[in-house]
Design a protein around this ligand. Sequence first.
Ligand code: ZN
Length: 115
Amino acid sequence: MLNILKEKCPNCKSSSVFLTKGNPILFQMPKMKKQCDQCGYSFEREPGYFFGAMYISYALAVSEMFSVFILSIFVFGMSYLYTLSIICIMAILASTFNFRKSRVIWMYLLRKPSS
Ligand SMILES: [Zn+2]
């Protein structure tokens, strides 16, 4: 769990998966390494490997939006227009975060057993 948050290699758990974290304000997507620096574990095992990570990204985004919606409507008592604006801003700011976390979660779910 902690290694997923730190975005560490699913095999050796020491090297980072991403070269850059990306910046949603500057429209920079995170850059991923081809393989692990420490153990040589290949992160993208086949073309389209991260297709399934989109479902995880979707689940993350929906749960974040739902949490913000509940907080702003029921806790802070904001109007629907403010709530919608906050959700849009939050979705843009969290996009690279969701991109990185969904890929790391996907790799941890489908990792090869280390022999
Ligand atoms: Zn590794």
